[in-house]
Design a protein around this ligand. Structure first.
Ligand code: TTP
Ligand code: MG
Length: 432
C-alpha cells in the first residue's frame, strides 16, 4: 500500500517494497518530495467546505489565471494557466479561491521542518518541492521505504496534506520518480532499475530538457531517454556544445549533483574577469586566446570557491568604446576552463564583430555549491583532475607557473595582462 492512511486519493499501484540495504555498498539515496496540488490542498485543508470539490486557486487581480487546481478539478481537464472563462466552460461548478501566499509559505516551512528530522541534508527546490539526501539516514530509520512512508504520514498527520515521493540514486531520477504515481505516490528505484525506467521515458519528462532542446532532439530522431543515452556522444557535443555531455548523462539517468542544504548555497553571486588588451584585436584566433585566459581565471576561482555555474556571460567592448553583452544558460553547472571557454566562444560567435575589440569580459553566475566532487564521466573526470592539478601548481608556484600552450605567450606578457584583470565578485545573493 502506498497511499497515506485515510487520504482522499485512491490507492496507487506501487509495484512492491524495495528496500535499500542499510550498510550495503554505497549507493546514494536521494529523496524528492513534491506536494500534490499544493495551493489547492492547503485551501482544502484549511476550509472543510472545499474538501472533495473541484477548486481552482487564482490570483487576486481581475484578469487572473489558474495557478493550480485540486485533483477533483483536474478530472475535468482544468490546467494551470487557464483563464477563469476557460475553466468555467470545462467545469461550471468549480469553486475559485483567491491565493494566499502567506499561508503557503508557512505550510512549506512546516513541511521542510518535518523533512529535516529525517536528514540534515534538505535542499528546498521550490515552494512545494525538496530534495533530501537520506544516504546517511537509512540505517537509523530502517531504509528508504520506511523513511518515505514516515515522512508522508507525518506530513498528513501534522499538516493534513498528501505528498508524492520518489527515491533514487540521484536527484535527476528521484524527481522523475516522484512524478510517476501522483497524487500520494511513492516510487523507489534502485540503480539497477534506472536503465529500464529511462528506456521508454519521453525526453520531455526530464527536468532540464526544455522545449527547444526537446525539439532539436526530435529532429535528430531522439524521443526517449533510452535513445538519447545511446546517441553518439560526439554528435551530441557537436550539436549542443558543452551541454551535449550532460544530455548524454540525462539520457542514461546519471547525475552527480549534490543535494545542497539550506544555508550552504553559495554566497557568491558571480565570478568574472575582464581584460583590456594592449592593442585592439581583430582576429578570432587572437580573441579565442584571450577568451581561454579569461575562462581559466574564472574556472580557477570557481573551483577554489567550490562552486559551479550555469550561466556564462560575455562582454565585448569595441575600439570605439561601444559594447555588447550576451549570456547563455547551460543545462548543468560547469566549472571547468574548457566548458566555460566553449560556452563563451559560442557566445562570441553569435556577436557580429564589425570593429576591432579592446576588451573582453567573461563571467559565470547562477552558482551552486559543488565542493570537490568528482564528475561521473571518465573524460570529464580527467579534465577535472587536470584542472585541480593546475590549480595546485599555481597555488604553490604562482599564476604563471602553468598555462595552456595556446596562450603561454600571453601569460608571459603578465605585466601587460595583470593590470587589466578585474575580479567582478564576490557579491552576496539571497538564499534560493
Ligand atoms: P506544482 O508542484 O507544479 O503543482 P501542484 O503542486 O499544484 O500540483 P502537482 O500535484 O502536479 O505537483 O506547483 C506547486 C505550487 O506552485 C502550485 O500549487 C501553485 C504554484 N504555482 C504557481 O503559482 N504558478 C505556476 O505556474 C505553477 C506551475 C505553480
Ligand atoms: Mg506539487
Amino acid at each position: 500500500m502506498t497511499t497515506t492512511p485515510n487520504s482522499p486519493f485512491p490507492k496507487s499501484s506501487f509495484p512492491g517494497p524495495r528496500h535499500y540495504r542499510p550498510g550495503g555498498e554505497v549507493e546514494r539515496a536521494v529523496l524528492h518530495l513534491d506536494m500534490d496540488a499544493f495551493f489547492a490542498q492547503v485551501e482544502q485543508a484549511t476550509n472543510p467546505a472545499l474538501r472533495g470539490k473541484p477548486i481552482a486557486v487564482v490570483g487576486s487581480k481581475k484578469r487572473t489565471v489558474v495557478v493550480t487546481s485540486s485533483y477533483e478539478a483536474r478530472k475535468y481537464g482544468v490546467k494551470t494557466a487557464m483563464t477563469v472563462g476557460e475553466v468555467k466552460r470545462l467545469c461550471p461548478h468549480i469553486i475559485f479561491v483567491p491565493g494566499n501566499n502567506r499561508k503557503y509559505i508557512d505550510t512549506s516551512v512546516r513541511i521542510i521542518n518535518i523533512l529535516r528530522e529525517f536528514s540534515p541534508e534538505v535542499e528546498v527546490y521550490s515552494i512545494d518541492e525538496a530534495f533530501v539526501d537520506i544516504t546517511g539516514s537509512l540505517r537509523l530509520f530502517g531504509g528508504a521505504e520506511a523513511i518515505a512512508r514516515d515522512m508522508k504520514a507525518r506530513i498528513w498527520d501534522e499538516v493534513g496534506l498528501t505528498a508524492s515521493i520518489g527515491v533514487a540514486p540521484n536527484k535527476l531520477v528521484a524527481k522523475i520518480a516522484s512524478d510517476l504515481k501522483k497524487p500520494d505516490g511513492l516510487v523507489i528505484l534502485t540503480a539497477a532499475e534506472v536503465p529500464g525506467l529511462m528506456e521508454t521515458l519521453p525526453i520531455e519528462e526530464v527536468c532540464g530538457i526544455g522545449r527547444r532542446t526537446a525539439a532539436k532532439l526530435h529532429s535528430l530522431g531522439v524521443s526517449t531517454c533510452g535513445e538519447l543515452g545511446r546517441y553518439p556522444l560526439s554528435v551530441l557535443k557537436k550539436k549542443f556544445g558543452v551541454i551535449g555531455e550532460y544530455l548524454h548523462c540525462m539520457g542514461k539517468g546519471l547525475d552527480s549533483s549534490p543535494v545542497i542544504p539550506v544555508g550552504k548555497e553559495d554566497d557568491i553571486k558571480s565570478i568574472g574577469h575582464s581584460m583590456t588588451f594592449p592593442y585592439d584585436v581583430e582576429d578570432t584566433d587572437g580573441l579565442h586566446r584571450y577568451l581561454l585566459v579569461l575562462s581559466a581565471k574564472v574556472g580557477r576561482r570557481a573551483r577554489r570557491a567550490g562552486c559551479a555555474g550555469r550561466t556564462v556571460a560575455l562582454y565585448v567592448r569595441f575600439a570605439d568604446f561601444t559594447g555588447v553583452g550576451r549570456r547563455t544558460t547551460c543545462h548543468h553547472h560547469i566549472q571547468l576552463d574548457a566548458d566555460i571557454f566553449e560556452t563563451a566562444a559560442e557566445i562570441l560567435a553569435s556577436i557580429e564583430l564589425l570593429q576591432p575589440v579592446r576588451l573582453l569580459g567573461v563571467s559565470l553566475s547562477n552558482l551552486t555549491h559543488t565542493g570537490r566532487q568528482l564528475p561521473l564521466l571518465t573524460g570529464e573526470r580527467r579534465e577535472f583532475l587536470l584542472a585541480h592539478a593546475m590549480d595546485s601548481i599555481r597555488d604553490t608556484f604562482g599564476d604563471d607557473a602553468v598555462a595552456y600552450a595556446s596562450v603561454s605567450d600571453r601569460i608571459s606578457e603578465a605585466g601587460v595582462i595583470s593590470p587589466a584583470w578585474r575580479p567582478a565578485g564576490p557579491r552576496r545573493v539571497d538564499p534560493r
